[in-house]
Ligand binder design. Structure first.
Ligand code: GLN
Length: 482
């Protein structure tokens, strides 16, 4: 595995050409895909053509920026003009968008090499990537296990070296939980920091795009490249994007870290708790001041998320009506056309969410469920606000367990939902959260810890994460895929 900065140096000094590098990654994809199934679509021609342009620039003696020539994978719920975008749903089979998402537009403008579109749970609904309408992605550390979800393809692609970095989206944990399961870094930015224009909507008040990488440094570079105000997204924040790498240090003196004590209770695997506690000691050694913090209403996050997210999803997914996008089932009348198409095109989990959401929003139930959930959402935000009066960053395990076996939870949606217990409150409050590799269990499966920052405090997460990675070597471990 080579970092962005190393590759950048190699390309700039002509030690290796961008085309050579792209070819290397495309070959690795070809070798590993039969086992991993990280990708839904591979953009070989585009990748080689963009790499050639980078080499031509180098030959002309022009400067290149950091992402130029760097192989990247993109979750298949971000719209790519001229390239199939399915959200892993059959309802969008063969759909080729006529417009580009802001994030991929930025990647293209900066000369990044897009290798392809990665697999996900259909419309990003799930925690294992098993809800894809096309294929199940494997965890590179143990191919009988899931990579987490919903951005399982993007996490697996980075963990296996099929891509240097990748983009995922996170509505309730879909970047951080797969990052944890696959032993890579994954960051969900502050709500509004990265444009959602062209991100196919699941739950619009929670969705956010973010980076995956092996190192904190790589994820910081990728976030800098995609963040920033966008007038095409009305929730986009007008703020200058800092150079996050300037905040890197190995001395954490003066940083106050809060351990959310409620997240160390029931349901947490012992080995996960031990690894995270060990990492906290490591942060203390680096100078951080550690104390326990209580977020008493954190635990209501999961139940209210499963009111709010499906409610928004039921509205967002109304657009798949067999007229505007995707497949169409011919029928004798309009209503049948709608219902037959949706019955065929959507998978079971998506239908479950649409029904839950429609129910929660219906007259008579709206006040009891949706409105109540929104009020609790405000209380959860209040818990975080209180915590950040005392500390700069909060720590929890990312997920209660390490990667589970494929098929283990598919018949039990509730136990699947529990995977996101600790990540969901962060989305509800719109805060940034990062998962960092912090150990392994006895099956050699990666463990992740979550760092949570206050609004727009990504720099603090990067600072802590960087210092931690300088002092430990969990992130240098690679799965054996030979
Ligand atoms: N697993 C959660 C869900 O199914 C979160 C998904 C996500 O973050 N996109 O909704």
């Amino acid at each position: 595995m080579t970092s962005i900065l190393e590759l950048h140096k190699q390309i700039k000094s002509k030690e290796r050409s961008a085309v050579e590098i792209a070819q290397e990654y495309l070959e690795r994809i070809e070798t590993l895909e039969p086992r991993l199934k990280s990708f839904l679509y591979i953009t070989t021609d585009l990748a080689l053509a963009s790499a050639k342009q980078v080499d031509e620039k180098i030959a002309r003696g022009e400067e290149i920026n950091l992402l130029e020539g760097i192989p990247i994978a993109v979750k298949d719920n971000m719209s790519t003009k001229g390239i199939p975008t399915t959200c892993a749903s059959r309802i969008l089979e063969n759909f080729v968008p006529s417009y580009e998402s802001t994030v991929t537009q930025k990647l293209r403008e900066q000369g990044a090499i897009i290798l392809g579109k990665t697999n996900l749970d259909e419309f990003a609904m799930g925690s294992s990537t098993e809800n894809s309408g096309y294929q199940v992605t494997a965890n590179p550390w143990d191919i009988t296990r899931v990579p987490g979800g919903s951005s399982g393809g993007s996490a697996s692609a980075v963990a296996s070296g099929q891509a240097v970095v990748s983009l995922g989206s996170d509505t309730g944990g879909s970047i951080r939980q797969p990052a944890s399961f696959c032993g890579v870094v994954g960051l969900k930015p502050t709500y509004g920091l990265v444009s959602r224009f062209g991100l196919v909507a699941y739950a619009s008040s929670l969705d956010q795009i973010g980076p995956f990488g092996y190192t904190v440094e790589d994820t910081a570079i990728l976030l800098e490249a995609i963040a920033g105000y966008d007038k095409k997204d009305s929730t986009s924040i007008k703020v200058d994007i800092p150079n996050y790498r300037e905040s890197f240090t190995t001395d954490l003196k003066g940083i106050k870290v809060g351990i959310i004590k409620e997240t160390f209770g029931e349901g947490l695997d012992q080995v996960v708790a031990e690894s995270v506690n060990q990492s906290i000691k490591e942060l203390e050694k680096l100078g951080a001041e550690v104390k326990e913090i209580s977020c008493p209403r954190f635990r209501y996050g999961l139940p209210i998320y499963y009111i709010i997210a499906p409610s928004e999803a039921s509205a967002n997914l109304a657009r798949y009506d067999a007229v505007k996008y995707g497949i169409r089932d011919e029928a004798d009348n309009l209503l049948e056309m709608y219902t037959n198409t949706r019955a065929k095109g959507f998978g079971a989990e998506v239908k479950r969410r649409i029904m839950l959401g429609t129910y929660a929003l219906s007259a008579g139930y709206y006040d009891a469920y949706y409105l109540k959930a929104q009020k609790v959402r405000t209380l959860i935000k209040e818990d975080f606000d209180n915590a950040f009066k005392d500390v700069d960053v909060l720590i929890t395990p990312t997920a209660p367990t390490t990667a589970f076996k494929a098929g283990e939870k598919t018949d039990d949606p509730l136990s699947m939902y529990l995977s996101d217990l600790m990540t969901i409150p962060v989305n509800l409050a719109g805060l940034p959260g990062m998962s960092l590799p912090c150990g392994f269990d006895s099956n050699n499966l990666p463990i992740g810890m979550q760092l949570i920052g206050n609004v727009l405090k990504e720099d603090v997460l990067f600072k802590l994460g960087y210092a931690y990675q300088q002092a430990t070597d969990w992130h240098t471990k690679r799965p054996n895929l030979s």
